[in-house]
Design a protein around this ligand. Structure first.
Ligand SMILES: [Zn+2]
Length: 307
């Protein structure tokens, strides 16, 4: 990003999330637990997830940066933005840190859009290679936040089968799209173009957030998907076209991605697409059988008729 002059984007320091902002999603007991663990110098939470002395401060700013992104989009009228922050968030549930995640940044951001900006409908697309189990849990029964996830299956954390469609009032507002190991750009591009983009056009969210992990990249050591930089840019173009059609701003929140050069190259490929003055032109994307199956499942859900 530095080599490209940050593509002319304005860079802002992430503020700390407040307790009020965190408490829309997390128990304060959980927030205090992370604070106390960091104050003691850190320690292990589970096999994957350890805090160090600086974790609480970093996690506060990761969540706060996602909140600031929502303010920029919904208060200041910016059309797009990126919260390029770590630690990631999508595995954190209301009361539990796991999978390198402490506070669920994208969930805190969506809750902020609802509470502070009266957004009635927020759509989250999680394209991190791992299922966003924390986000899925937090909005499981919430019909105001439509959670879509494309993830490798089977893979950590083992959640997110296609028949998890939400529950209670939120039934039909969770769209899980597991894909087999080895899948490439074509599957993701079709799922975004033929499932997620039509959902955006049908449901007309006031805000679209992306849990943007880059561990589905072919170079990533933690998974086996085969995405390229062009795939990430293509998904971004697809989302931008749909968002332009309904007038929704779009914000990316960084999640995973463990091949640093691949993460950087993917960001450098998608940021110009995200920020381009012109809406990217439509391209033909072949309908993948998984996208056809997902569309058919959605059509059968009674909840979708409420849209
Ligand atoms: Zn991941």
């Amino acid at each position: 990003m530095e080599r490209n002059g940050w593509f002319g984007w304005e860079r802002l320091e992430a503020p700390r999330a407040t307790r009020d902002e965190l408490s829309r999603v997390h128990s304060l007991r959980h927030v205090d637990l992370i604070a106390e663990l960091s104050a003691r110098g850190g320690g292990a939470i589970d096999l994957d997830t350890s805090a160090v002395a600086g974790t609480y401060e970093a996690a506060l700013r990761a969540a706060g940066g996602a909140v600031a992104l929502v303010d920029a989009l919904l208060r200041d009228g910016e059309p797009c933005g990126v919260a390029a922050l770590r630690p990631p968030g999508h595995h954190a549930s209301a009361a539990r840190a796991m999978g390198f995640c402490f506070f669920n940044n994208v969930a805190v951001a969506a809750a902020h859009a609802r509470a502070a900006h009266a957004a009635e409908r927020v759509l989250i697309l999680d394209w991190d290679v791992h299922h966003g189990n924390g986000t899925n849990d937090i909005f499981q029964a919430d019909p105001a936040v439509l959670f879509c996830s494309i993830h490798e299956w089977p893979l950590y954390p083992g959640t997110g089968p296609s028949d998890d469609v939400g529950s209670g009032a939120g039934e039909g507002f969770t769209v899980n799209m597991p894909v087999p190991g080895g899948s490439g750009d074509d599957v993701h591009l079709s799922l975004v173009e033929h499932v997620v983009a039509p959902l955006i056009r049908a449901w007309e969210p006031q805000l679209v957030l992306v849990s943007a992990g880059f561990d589905a990249h072919r170079a990533d050591p933690l998974a086996t998907l085969r995405l390229t930089e062009a795939g990430f840019a293509g998904m971004t173009a697809s989302l931008r076209r749909a968002c332009a059609d309904v007038g929704a701003p779009i914000g990316l929140v960084l999640e995973g991605g463990y091949a640093v050069e691949a993460l950087a190259a993917s960001m450098a490929a998608l940021v110009p697409v995200l920020g381009a003055a012109e809406v990217p032109r439509a391209v033909d994307v072949e309908v993948h059988p998984l996208a056809r199956a997902a569309s058919e499942r959605l059509a059968q859900l009674g909840s979708m008729r409420r849209m």
